[in-house]
Design a protein around this ligand. Structure first.
Ligand SMILES: O=C(O)CCC(=O)C(=O)O
Length: 248
């Protein structure tokens, strides 16, 4: 893993200041290739036998928008998330012992990949304190045109903002209103395969639909600190939203 050669102090400083750290060369070409191969195989051979909450499809009801709970359904991804180099990089960011909360994908397939409304992940995770994050790893090139994730820098300091059900399958809860943000305050994550972002669970982010001929597959690892607990008020709002558009 290239992860050994990363600078953990810069990642921590960027993450704490902006609520998002951009990490070039997080994984090697071979690691990206292995993840892609296993995702392809899993979708082709295993997905049909998994429960409905293992995935969300796009509007065509056929093409995968998201894979969920890969850590439950697949040993390769469970083992990947248990790597010591990954855990030691994450520990200071979650302010404690990292606990894996999810391994998932946002596939954003060519032409039909749907958008993601502005949201804070902790509206889904419902943890207090909000010591929880997502590592978003590019498997495909992410360009201006194919639906990059845009982050509002510093928004993790706003705490939990008012939410509303979005009606979007796979992203059931969004922000009730989007705070104003200048161009300098936004990070548009344009990534090469193997690059990553690490974002705090209160950092506002969103992405546009993919209308290009190029898929934009993201592979995500979600961790919390072992000291976090479920917040009942956040959980009630999430349960109401996800009941309208299951499974996430
Ligand atoms: O990949 C995307 O377009 C959105 C990702 C997202 O919402 C997340 O990383 O929490």
């Amino acid at each position: 893993m290239v992860m050994n050669s990363l600078d953990p102090n810069t990642i921590l400083a960027d993450y704490e200041r902006d609520g998002v750290a951009l990490v070039r060369g997080f994984l090697s070409t071979d690691e990206v290739r292995a993840i892609r191969a296993e995702l392809d195989r899993y979708i082709r051979e295993d997905l049909a036998s998994k429960p409905a909450d293992a995935r969300t499809f796009e509007a065509d009801d056929t093409t995968v928008r998201n894979l969920w709970r890969l850590e439950v359904h697949n040993a390769f991804f469970r083992d990947f998330a248990a790597r010591e180099d990954l855990r030691s990089l994450i520990a200071p960011l979650v302010k404690g012992e990292p606990v894996l909360a999810g391994v998932e994908t946002f596939n954003k397939p060519a032409r039909i990949g749907s958008g993601v409304p502005p949201h804070q992940d902790n509206a889904y995770f419902c943890q207090t304190p909000a010591d929880m994050l997502t590592v978003w790893i590019a498997i495909d090139p992410v360009t201006e045109a194919n639906g990059p994730v845009t982050y509002v820098k510093g928004s993790h300091r706003l705490g939990p903002l008012p939410t509303k059900p979005s009606g979007v399958r796979g992203n059931s809860i969004g922000l009730a209103g989007m705070p104003a943000a200048t161009e300098e305050e936004r990070l548009v994550a344009l990534l090469e395969p193997g690059d990553a972002t690490i974002h705090h669970c209160d950092t506002i982010h969103y992405s546009a639909p993919n209308t290009t001929d190029h898929p934009r597959l993201g592979f995500l690892l979600v961790f919390r600190g072992s000291h976090t607990e479920t917040d009942p008020a956040l959980k009630a709002a999430y349960t109401a939203a996800v009941t309208m558009t299951p499974p996430a």
